[in-house]
Design a protein around this ligand. Structure first.
Ligand SMILES: *[C@@H]1O[C@H](CO)[C@@H](O)[C@H](O)[C@H]1NC(C)=O
Ligand SMILES: *[C@@H]1O[C@H](CO)[C@@H](O)[C@H](O)[C@H]1NC(C)=O
Length: 161
């Protein structure tokens, strides 16, 4: 028993140090009409809105959801891959959309999938960060409602997001 004690202390220190980095609520966006999570199989997907594999995986995953609903609880986690330069901006946009109009989260994800190629590293090589954020905010406003364009832009200056 005594042998395990130092390991436990390390774990708690780790948790304590990471506390400010852990989101206040469980990360991820539930898809569709929520099933009762306690009676469902939970499927968690880690998606990069600018990754072609995520884009290609989304339609079959949606079909799976429809087939197994209500015995399935689908949660998508925004997961920006470090080698997609604009993914962090895209993932922030999903969080902004979720905050402004929760039902726009998945429509925005689908807009990213639809126009994904425009945000790849190559085509945005000469674009400033500000120009990319401006463009992404316009896309986001298409999902949350155009009246919220300026709120959407402000979201990028909101550090908790
Ligand atoms: C919220 O987003 C949904 C999905 O894009 C949209 O249909 C709805 O009109 C938006 N709500 C408002 C108040 O704009
Ligand atoms: C970026 O700028 C360089 C130099 O002006 C140009 O040759 C290149 O075509 C530009 N690339 C894009 C994707 O706009």
């Amino acid at each position: 028993m005594g042998k395990h004690f130092p390991i436990l202390i390390l774990l708690f220190q780790g948790l304590y140090m990471a506390r400010s980095l852990i989101p206040a609520k469980y990360d991820g966006f539930p898809y569709g009409d929520n099933s009762d999570i306690s009676n469902a199989i939970i499927v968690e997907a880690f998606f990069d809105p600018l990754c072609p594999d995520s884009r290609d995986a989304w339609p079959p995953l949606k079909r799976l959801f429809l087939e197994y609903y209500p015995h399935i609880y689908l949660l998508v986690h925004p997961f920006p891959l470090p080698y997609h330069d604009n993914s962090f901006v895209a993932c922030r946009a999903l969080h902004i959309a979720n905050m402004l109009n929760a039902s726009a989260t998945y429509p925005l994800l689908e807009l990213f999938f639809k126009y994904q190629e425009k945000y790849y590293n190559g085509p945005t090589k000469n674009s400033s960060r500000a120009a990319i954020i401006e463009d992404v905010a316009r896309l986001g406003a298409q999902a949350v409602g155009n009246a919220l364009l300026s709120e959407f832009k402000d979201g990028f200056a909101d550090s908790p997001i």
